[in-house]
Design a protein around this ligand. Structure first.
Ligand code: UD1
Length: 424
């Protein structure tokens, strides 16, 4: 099993290219099931998660090829299979999103429930409620969902989400793109990944209006087309490197980062005393000698502070002057990084969904264990700022969502290497 070894205390100076967003790419890939024409995605991140979904899509009959550069070509001329087994869904929650496109195109699909997840229960009731509103009949049995469309296919409907779920909004949008008539989603999620999907579905021939607001209207098409679409820049990767630069010190340009997609984070970082500014072609982040000030945050659906950057922000706050309170409102059980950060000398007390971080003068490197994707990268951030060597074990979590993490950081002066442990 691989591990990452970081020698702390080196500033990050230079440029880091931001990849396409994992959370967008996975949904765009699933949407390729909606058409029998070829869909080309550019700015695709190369990640364990995208490879994994490609494997599932291939099982369903899609040809998936990685093209030159960051391109992926997806072509589901025919659907060979409308069944997604437990083995292929349990490992990655986004796989569940094949249900809607399959039932929209083929009239019926059987997909395993995604099961629990390390950061909380993560149910899918809202996804199913949405598909029902489009006329699908849903049956749950032995851990599987079977969805059946009425004769003649799904029909546009109205869905009022009790929580602005990203996954459910995307799932309903995909199914509605091939439904007859209009679908209206109220209290829709507003994340940039939703707008990205809306743009692609519109390019494919559906009419999607209001993405980015709380009400989305989708006019379904009888047939959708292929095309070429560039995946939006990853705002979570952007946040992660921004917080790494803040923790390690230095002055680095995040190339391709979208300033407007992280406004609440930038505000919190400025409050903490970090320089952040939009520049031509990206975002500049710098901290040279100034102290970090304790700053409170609370995770919220977009445009609020992203839950996916909470662990990384906590890593920065471990070194702040004063105390910060970090409240997690999206997922229960998302503070698993706190005890690992404590191994480096951080002072963190967790009470329910609130963590109180008392800043310390310095962290000291230690062996730590990655527990989930974003938690593991928070340990890398802390390691960059710590004295001595930090060894992050179980880095397969990192590979799920970060493309070439070590080389992107090493190119800016970090001392970071991957070690592959032999089997014995
Ligand atoms: C969440 C994040 C998203 C992030 C993604 C990947 C939010 C609001 N969403 O999206 O920004 O990119 O993780 O890490 O920050 N829920 C239900 N029933 C459902 C679906 C969700 O009750 O059918 C609840 C969950 O229990 C949880 C919340 O909604 O409390 C999560 O929201 P959701 O946006 O659906 O999660 P993801 O799509 O995984």
């Amino acid at each position: 099993m691989d591990r990452i070894v970081v020698e702390g205390g080196h500033r990050l100076n230079g440029r880091i290219a931001i990849s396409g967003a994992k959370n967008s790419a996975l949904k765009l890939m699933a949407a390729a099931l909606l058409t029998d024409e070829k869909l080309v995605l550019t700015q695709m991140p190369r990640l364990a998660d995208t490879r994994f979904l490609a494997h599932l899509l291939a099982r369903l009959g899609m040809s998936v090829e990685e093209g030159p550069g960051a391109q992926m070509q997806l072509h589901a001329a025919e659907i060979a299979e409308t069944y997604a087994p437990y083995d292929l869904v349990r490992k990655m929650r986004a796989s569940f999103n094949v249900l809607g496109p399959l039932v929209a195109r083929e009239g019926r699909a059987k997909v395993s429930l995604p099961g629990g997840c390390a950061i909380g229960a993560r149910p899918v009731d809202l996804h199913l409620k949405g598909l029902e509103a489009l006329g699908a009949q849903i049956e749950l049995s032995e851990g599987y969902v079977t969805a059946t469309a009425p004769k003649g296919g799904l029909i546009g409907g109205e869905v009022d989400l009790p929580f602005a779920s990203v996954g459910a909004t995307e799932h309903i949008m995909m199914a509605a793109a091939l439904a007859r008539g209009e679908t209206v989603i109220d209290n829709a999620a507003r994340e940039p990944e939703i707008a990205d999907l809306a743009d692609m579905l519109t390019e494919m021939g559906a009419l999607v209006e209001g993405a980015g607001s709380s009400t989305i209207r989708i006019q379904g098409a009888e047939r959708l087309h292929g095309g070429t679409h560039a995946v939006v820049a990853d705002r979570i990767e952007t946040a992660t490197y921004a917080l790494a630069i803040a923790a390690a010190g230095g002055d680095t340009m995040l190339e391709g980062a979208r300033w407007e997609h992280n406004k609440v984070l930038w505000r919190a970082m400025m409050d903490a005393g970090v320089t952040v500014e939009p520049v031509e072609g990206g975002v500049r982040v710098a901290r040279n000698g100034s102290h970090i000030k304790g700053t409170d945050i609370e995770t919220q659906p977009y445009p609020g502070f992203p839950t996916d950057a909470q662990a990384q922000f906590m890593a920065l706050m471990t070194l702040a002057e004063g105390t910060s309170v970090i409240r997690e409102t999206i997922f229960e059980n998302r503070f698993m990084h706190a005890p690992e950060l404590a191994r480096l000398g951080a002072d963190i007390t967790v009470h329910g969904n609130e963590a109180v971080v008392r800043g310390v003068d310095r962290l000291k490197g230690a062996p730590v264990m990655a527990t989930d994707l974003r938690a593991s990268v928070s340990l890398v951030i802390a390691g960059l700022a710590a004295e001595g060597e930090t060894v992050v074990n179980r880095v397969y979590h990192l590979d799920r969502g970060f493309e070439r993490l070590e080389s992107k950081l090493a190119n800016c002066g970090a001392k970071i290497v991957r070690e592959t442990e032999s089997a014995d």
